[in-house]
Design a protein around this ligand. Structure first.
Ligand SMILES: *Cc1c(COP(=O)(O)O)cnc(C)c1O
Length: 449
């Protein structure tokens, strides 16, 4: 008997971040093609991709300009070793990037996904301190609820138990700092006006551990995997000061927050700070190809620059470093940003989107918090609004709502009981209207009025 595509999928494929038994009830959706914000499955159903296919699709699926850039590159050079060899897509990309990344970041190191950019940044930071007379600096600080990827180093600095708890026995020992929590602020402050009192936890950690610490990793402004937790730029400003004072590198993980997602090109720009290392991926190639970059200051770069015999080189590589097809896509993304004034356009849409969501949902008894930065909007569902009590996670209400919304044609894949929108920047009003309506209906169908 001939198997359907779905049956064959389940026969052969182990999907990421999934309990495969769930697929008995909700089999994989086999996507045939996509255009703009829409995915089309093999049965002809249409879905709005309001989560940008895991936060990476930036300018729509099968964007004509990016498609053409990749096609043109494909007939010239598909891949080449990047040690001692180079190519114009990479060179042009870095030249353009150097003009828009936070000031002071001037050298660009390529890896092939977000997690490996974090790994490279961590190794660079350790090696920098080792080679500049501070070999005792070999630990990392990171926030609770942080997410930096899934490889062992990146998972070590991550603080979302769902992903890391089980692996603790094989992870690095990290200095953990309690993260800002603006919805349930212990100081009863408002994010818009607060002076980041919660920075006291970082202050204590620096006082005790800075001598043994090479770097702190942080997702600026927004801890996405933690449930789209947004915090004050004041926190980042303070952190920048402390990092400089204590000779600890500030590694900004902008893998998900970069490229206009938070309303500015980079989330660091909200605080006007420059990290010592910035990690970029996801939107970097418009969501076309796996590629990442760790960009560093000249000060870091210079500490590796010496005669070969001194052994100071950064002996780190990935086979697909600087892949020309990915660079061609990334370069075209920046061209489109320039030509189309993407950041400003997205700003206007962000105001509309947030108003729409507030109108549709803020009165719901289940909606505890609506938080927004740029086009990212998160809706935290709670059992009780007054005391902000979360639902028992075993109910999996977020997942139930996701299933309802899928049937109605919206990909509303949640983070626990936090529903969110993080659409491609090119989303139009009609699609926002539809997606928000479906979200409200689906919440009501699962939880009642
Ligand atoms: C996705 C993500 C990563 C990991 O990137 P991968 O390409 O999935 O390895 C790291 N940090 C943040 C903030 C991310 O959102």
């Amino acid at each position: 008997m001939k198997l359907t595509l779905t049956e064959k999928d389940l026969k052969y494929i182990w999907h990421p971040c999934s309990q495969m038994k769930d697929y008995e009830e909700l089999p994989p959706i086999v996507v045939d093609h996509a255009k703009g914000v829409y995915l089309y499955d093999t049965d002809g159903n249409r879905y709005i991709d309001v989560i940008s296919s895991w936060w990476c699709n930036l300018l729509g699926h099968c964007n004509e300009r990016i498609n053409n850039a990749v096609k043109a590159q494909l007939d010239k050079l598909e891949h080449v070793i990047f040690a001692n060899f180079s190519h114009s897509p990479a060179i042009d990309l870095c030249e353009k990037l150097s003009k828009i990344v936070p000031e002071g970041l001037s050298k660009f190191f390529f890896t092939d996904n977000g997690s490996t950019a974090i790994e490279a940044a961590m190794k660079m930071s350790f090696q920098y301190h080792y080679q500049t007379g501070n070999p005792q600096k070999k630990k990392f600080m990171a926030l609770s609820d942080a997410y930096h990827g899934e490889t062992l180093g990146a998972l070590s600095v991550g603080g979302v138990d769902l992903y890391s708890e089980l692996y603790k026995p094989i992870l690095l020992d990290v200095i953990r700092i309690e993260s800002p929590d603006c919805y349930r602020c212990p100081y009863q402050n408002q994010r818009e006006t607060c002076q980041a009192d919660c920075f006291e936890h970082a202050e204590k950690a620096f006082a005790r551990h800075a001598d043994e610490t090479c770097a702190i990793l942080i997702e600026p402004i927004l801890q996405m995997a933690a449930g789209m937790k947004i915090y004050s730029p004041v926190y980042l400003k303070k952190l920048r000061e402390f990092c400089t004072r204590y000779n600890v590198h500030l590694i900004a993980d902008e893998i998900a927050t970069g490229y206009g997602r938070t309303g500015k090109m980079f989330a660091c720009d909200h605080a006007g700070i420059s990290p010592d290392i910035i990690c970029l991926s996801k939107g970097l190639t418009g969501g076309y190809m796996p590629m990442a970059i760790a960009a560093v200051t000249n000060q870091i770069y210079d500490a590796f620059y010496a005669d070969y015999s001194e052994g100071k080189a950064f002996m780190h590589s990935h086979t697909y470093c600087g892949n020309p097809l990915a660079c061609a896509a990334a370069l075209e993304v920046l061209n489109i940003f320039e030509d189309e004034n993407m950041i400003d356009k997205a700003k206007g849409k962000a105001v509309y989107f947030n108003e729409l969501i507030k109108q549709a949902l803020s009165d719901s008894r289940w909606v505890g918090d609506i938080r927004q930065t740029g086009l990212i909007n998160a809706i935290e569902l709670v059992e009780n609004k007054a005391d902000k009590k979360p639902f028992d996670s075993r109910h999996r209400y977020g997942y139930q709502i996701y299933k309802k919304a899928l049937k109605k044609g919206v990909v509303l894949r949640p983070l626990g009981d936090v529903l969110y929108f993080n659409p491609p920047l090119i989303i139009e009003k009609d699609d926002m209207d539809f997606a928000v309506r479906v979200c409200a209906e689906s919440i009501e169908e699962v939880l009642g009025k």
